[in-house]
Design a protein around this ligand. Structure first.
Ligand SMILES: [Zn+2]
Length: 686
């Protein structure tokens, strides 16, 4: 059913509607760029959602030809149960590999012999470590897209591809070549290193297993059945070739790349034409030397014969073209020995096996530990304690065990078993059917609680200065705190009982705790440590609900209606607030006087610049709620009357502030008037 509101509820003629649709698309594209590419949104999520909703409604009523390239197509669609198979119109071949200059020269000799040519020119490009995709454009519009699969048949990931901001839904016209009716464009979906590391940090914080490397992260994100999840992942794409090009006949590969760029496709700026193979070798070596400074992972360079005439002459053999070559870089790998496999317990109870290794230098960094992710991973690679292994650094920081050097096995190696009891608390360890992770079932597991408290106090959450990992563990072990709310009941006397807890630092800690009593709502939601709710999701929730009470009473439907929130996150939020232990902690926060500040929605800042002073008590709400309501509308609340006060709100039994206001001729309003002023907000929270 179409929900009619905004402009779509007005009766408008077709022309006005299409003008409004055009305007909305442009505005939303602009805000998408601010949000996804520049990470600097200008409008609140609520406002964005309103624009999107209006556009969706108008598009439903007044469909046009541009619908397929509308921003409404980028937000992700209903989850799929599986991907449909996709037969590539022209098969996607795989490239033959070469290592080092000699093999590159051999390739060139073969090419020149077959082409009966003295000299052949090439195009050289960095070989990105991502996931190859095939995109179909019809009359300049993106229609379908698929993974490479086995080269003949891939998976239809159209919905997911649409969420990649740098992928054009519509080709640009005005290039030196007309847009063909049908064209297959090939490229690589990848994730840059920095967003990858940020994503992994977030995953660990939210209790998910980190991705092993940017390639896995890109592949996992693109092959998500729920495209709303893909929409949240920082994916990128470079296009580097065409399959069947219909009526667009090209003379050279370089011409293809230039045309793709002119049509608006992102093309890697490091791709260069090469006059001969010596230039290629130089490019290979030079690119290898700048490899670590690039924002994305590459594992080599690709050389392609430039002239398509020669490409066709050479053809392909056993599904690899004879005119292209993947020149791999030597891997940043090293061999070492696994001395032990230990198990760490995270905030959400996940047990993560970690390999403790003989320290070894990998590409300039000393590595002694590597995560093994989970039991399946260990079984799959058959990693045993005492094994000699090959490790590599992926994404430049995270060390990964590539595999066991079986020839060095002596038979004395020990197989690893996930403990049946939590190494921290001895409780039962379970594995849910749909998860790779083992978890400690004990909600009061000390390892989990300590991690939980550390997270609560951390920067980005409540930012309680001085309360690091060590001190929170110390307080916990001394039984002074059992959950984050206990922090607000600490006293100086109690703290001084701690070892080496000097008076000054006790005071500092208490002050920092006190200062954290009015956190921004989104920081507080993040600090609660709800599974899958990271900083970003917390912001979305705070912006949408405006208060913790409203969030707590939200149902599944209301949660999933929010952009970027899928059923998994919604479920996790519902479970969190349904858990009696969490309810108790939340009540304790309230008793301690903790009151999160409601965010000021930019679209509804009707009290912007206005300051309020309250005196007396109101019937309909307490002081804190009134304060939150004012702040949520952009206003400020002060405790004393000054010449700059905009309104004094007088409830029953007002104090001396009322008199002071009258003396200074500051407007005094009653409870009724105040409620009218903030009416919308109260209605929203009710
Ligand atoms: Zn435990």
């Amino acid at each position: 059913m179409v929900d009619l509101e905004d402009s779509s509820s007005k009766i408008m003629d077709k022309e006005t509607a299409h003008r409004r649709i055009f305007e909305l698309r442009k505005t939303i594209e602009y805000h998408n760029a601010r949000y996804y590419q520049q990470d600097a949104p200008e409008i609140s999520d609520a406002e964005y959602d309103r624009l999107m909703k209006e556009l969706q409604n108008l598009e439903a009523l007044y469909p046009d030809d541009e619908l397929a390239s509308s921003p409404t197509q980028r937000v992700g669609a209903a989850p799929l149960s599986k991907f449909a198979p996709f037969a590539h119109p022209q098969p996607m071949l795989s490239l033959a590999n070469a290592f080092g200059a000699d093999e590159i020269k051999d390739f060139d000799s073969r090419v020149r012999r077959l082409a009966k040519s003295e000299r052949v020119d090439y195009v050289a490009e960095p070989k990105l470590d991502g996931l190859a995709v095939n995109l179909i454009y019809e009359n300049g519009r993106f229609r379908r897209g698929a993974t490479r699969g086995d080269g003949a048949v891939g998976e239809d990931v159209t919905q997911n591809l649409k969420t990649i901001a740098s992928l054009p839904l519509k080709m640009k016209t005005g290039a030196f070549r007309p847009i063909p009716e049908f064209i297959e464009v090939r490229g690589e979906v990848y994730m840059e290193k920095e967003p990858f590391e940020k994503l992994n940090r977030r995953r660990v914080e939210e209790g998910d297993a980190p991705f092993a490397n940017p390639r896995n992260a890109a592949a996992g994100s693109l092959r998500q059945l729920d495209s709303k999840i893909t929409a949240r992942r920082p994916l990128n794409i470079f296009l580097y070739g065409v399959g069947s090009a219909g009526d667009a006949a090209f003379a050279s590969h370089w011409e293809i790349l230039e045309t793709l760029a002119a049509w608006g496709f992102p093309v890697n700026p490091l791709i260069r034409p090469m006059p001969d193979i010596n230039a290629c070798i130089e490019y290979y070596e030079q690119t290898g030397s700048i490899r670590s400074s690039l924002p994305y992972d590459i594992d080599g360079v690709v050389l392609k014969v430039n002239r398509l005439e020669i490409q066709n002459l050479l053809g392909s053999v056993s599904r690899s073209p004879r005119w292209a070559l993947a020149c791999k870089f030597p891997a940043q790998q090293a061999a070492t020995v696994i001395q032990d496999i230990i198990v760490q317990v995270g905030r959400t109870g996940t047990l993560t096996p970690v390999a403790v290794m003989e320290p070894v230098n990998v590409g300039g960094v000393l590595v002694s530990r590597a995560t093994l992710h989970n039991e399946d991973e260990i079984l799959k690679k058959d990693i045993r304690i005492g094994d000699a292994v090959l490790i590599q650094r992926a994404g430049d920081v995270i060390p990964e065990v590539v595999g066991v050097i079986l020839s060095k096995r002596t038979g004395r190696e020990k197989e690893f078993r996930m403990p049946r009891a939590c190494p921290e608390c001895g409780s039962e360890v379970v594995r849910q059917a749909d998860e790779a992770a083992h978890r400690c079932v004990n909600l009061s597991c000390p390892a989990q609680l300590k991690e939980h408290i550390r997270h609560f106090a951390s920067r980005g959450a409540m930012d309680i200065e001085g309360l690091g990992e060590k001190l929170s563990a110390q307080l916990f072990d001394a039984k002074m705190i059992a959950d984050p709310a206990d922090l607000y009941f600490l006293t100086k006397e109690k703290l001084l009982g701690l070892d080496r807890q000097a008076e000054k630092s006790a005071e500092n800690l208490l002050e920092a705790v006190e200062r954290s009593k009015t956190p921004a709502l989104d920081k507080f939601i993040f600090a609660l440590g709800i599974r899958h709710v990271g900083e970003r999701t917390a912001k979305l929730l705070a912006g949408h609900f405006g208060s913790l009470e409203a969030l707590m009473s939200a149902g599944c439907e209301e949660l999933t209606a929010i952009r970027e929130i899928g059923p998994e996150i919604a479920q996790s939020i519902l479970e969190f607030f349904a858990e009696p232990k969490n309810r108790i902690v939340l009540e304790k926060f309230q008793r301690a006087g903790l009151s999160p500040r409601t965010p000021a929605p930019t679209a509804q800042a009707s009290l912007q610049g206005k300051s309020f002073v309250f005196t007396g008590s109101m019937e309909s709400m307490g002081r804190n709620k009134a304060k939150a309501a004012v702040e949520s509308l952009g206003g400020i609340v002060h405790s004393s009357v000054t010449g700059k006060t905009s309104y004094v709100v007088a409830g029953s039994d007002p104090g001396s502030k009322l008199e002071k206001a009258r003396k200074q001729s500051i407007p005094v309003i009653g409870e009724e008037e105040f409620l009218t002023m903030i009416g919308r907000q109260i209605h929203r929270q009710a």
